[in-house]
Design a binder for this molecule. Structure first.
Ligand code: GLN
Length: 497
């Protein structure tokens, strides 16, 4: 077995028992990247020297530890958490000091930040080992990673298919065991959908649970950072490390962070699980529905109380999202003007320079969103589009609030389909947007959601989505953990040689 195939909790135990070293673990991940990534293409930047240097430092810290086994991350001192010495990959929209951060855009191809985002700093203080930066749709706009300004990423389960998006590099790197865990971002589904398509576990935390400082902004009222892991237990460990208020992000919420590991109980007896009718409508592949229904039946067999519910505004979530997200993106992306960051085209005057830089630097999806966003915010259209969309957003949230009066969690498919062929939807933006019809409502309402593997359809992974009320990641992790104690879909891996 290659060491990179370990889960975080397994690797952490072996590191502390001195059965393996962080240098061995990191070398194993680097070896897989070198061997497999020419085919998977999950990484935009790999930093082997830095990673090995961090691994050597982690080995020193591990040698100084007297603990025989890992304590809970929350009570551990800096450098003693369970992530000490464990190699990870970062979506390339997360700002890293001294390591280029491209957002998979030509406009930032050579941009090297001078600071670390909060989440990166927190992982660094735990002694994490950073392998490099992963590919994504340009500025996180997309559902297949084909909108990357550099190259598409391939799904390790079938290299002809997409890994999902926008965090497709992070999910593919994990599914290929090129890292032990990774981070992505989710604005409309970009953690849960690629997790589903690549057969890994992916959590989108509640809006405000994890600091966005140092996450390059796409749609600021929706963006949230979260982990891709091999199981729910690892998810709890990573969330422990990254969650919590941050003075640098005024939207991070000042609520105490529980020890998410304590939530991992093999017990769903009496838990009230709601099945939203609208999430099983037209457009869901039969194989996807079958796997999700089987998962629901399994949880029922374990003692959960299952009931149906309705979220009637689900149908409007996608339309609303494609007003609000582009509106915010058009404002956020105005900073890329060729003067302050990245690419700078030469031109005789300032206006031509702005235009030439954006023309050369942005891909077509990013341009489409900027135009859409500028349009819906323009005088005369603002009330009809943007303001109305915000009102619908409130309705969506209220419907979830009502559902959570009756239920502890809601279950649904993560994505209507399994991984589709590279090229199949690139020329049809609407077909591409429909991928997120089941994940977007959760972002609109600011809720937490996870995707866990729940079977295969046509040989490709299917994701089960678990949604809870705001700041109830604990119940999500409990259901995911319990489900994984009784199934082994999360341990299945593609055969890449
Ligand atoms: N696919 C959606 C979009 O294109 C969501 C992206 C995301 O969550 N970053 O906007």
């Amino acid at each position: 077995m290659n060491l990179a195939e370990l889960t975080v909790h397994e690797a952490s135990r072996l590191l502390r028992q001195r059965q393996i070293s962080s240098v061995e673990l990191t070398s194993a991940a680097l070896e897989r990247i070198e061997r497999l990534d020419p085919r998977v293409k999950a990484f935009v930047t790999v930093t082997p020297e830095l990673a090995l240097e961090q691994a050597r430092a982690a080995d020193k810290a591990l040698a100084a530890l007297t603990l025989p086994s890992p304590g809970p991350a929350r009570t551990a001192n800096a450098g003693e958490g369970e992530l000490l010495g464990i190699p990870l990959a970062l979506k390339d929209v997360l700002v890293t000091e001294g390591v280029r951060t491209t957002c998979s855009s030509k406009i930032l191809e050579n941009y090297v930040p001078v600071y670390d985002g909060t989440v990166i700093g927190r992982l660094r203080s735990q002694g994490a080992v950073f392998l490099g930066k992963t590919n994504c749709d340009e500025f996180a706009m997309g559902s297949s990673t084909e909108n990357s300004g550099f190259f598409p990423t391939h799904n390790p389960w079938d290299l002809e298919t997409v890994p999902g998006g926008s965090s497709g590099g992070s999910s593919a790197a994990l599914a290929a065991d090129e890292c032990l865990y990774s981070l992505g971002t989710d604005t409309g589904g970009s953690i849960r959908q690629p997790a589903a398509l690549c057969g890994v576990t992916g959590l989108k935390p509640t809006y405000g649970r994890v600091s966005r400082y140092g996450l390059v902004a796409f749609a600021s009222s929706l963006d949230q950072i979260g982990p891709f892991t091999k199981d729910a237990e690892d998810c709890a460990i990573v969330l422990n490390a990254i969650a919590g208020p941050d003075g640098q992000d005024s939207t991070s919420v000042d609520r105490p962070v529980p020890d998410y590991r304590q939530a991992l109980r093999d017990d769903v007896k009496g838990l009230r699980i709601g099945i939203p009718r609208e999430y099983f409508g037209a457009g869901i592949e039969p194989g996807v529905e079958r796997c999700v229904r089987e998962a629901i039946a399994l949880l029922q067999g374990l003692g959960a109380n299952i009931g149906e519910c309705s979220l009637p505004s689900t149908d409007y979530a996608l339309d609303t999202y494609y007003i609000i997200a582009p509106a915010e993106a058009s404002a956020n992306l105005a900073r890329y003007d060729g003067i302050r960051y990245g690419l700078s085209a030469q031109a005789p005057d300032i206006w031509s320079q702005y235009n030439a830089t954006r023309e050369a630097g942005f891909g077509s999806e990013v341009k489409r969103r900027i135009m859409l966003g500028t349009y819906v915010l323009s005088a005369g259209y603002y009330d009809a589009y943007y303001l109305k969309a915000q009102k619908v957003r409130t309705l969506i949230k209220q419907e979830f609030d009502r559902a959570f009066e009756r239920f502890d969690v809601l279950l649904a498919p993560t994505s209507p389909s399994v991984a589709f062929k590279i090229g199949e939807k690139v020329d049809d933006p609407l077909a591409m947007y429909l991928n997120d019809v089941l994940t977007i409502p959760v972002n609109m309402a600011g809720l937490p959601g996870i995707s866990v593997p729940c079977g295969l359809s046509n040989g490709l992974p299917v994701g089960l989505q678990i949604i809870a009320k705001a700041f109830d990641e604990e119940t999500i992790l409990r259901v995911a953990y319990c489900y994984q104690q009784h199934t082994d879909f999360h341990t299945a891996r593609p055969s890449l040689g």
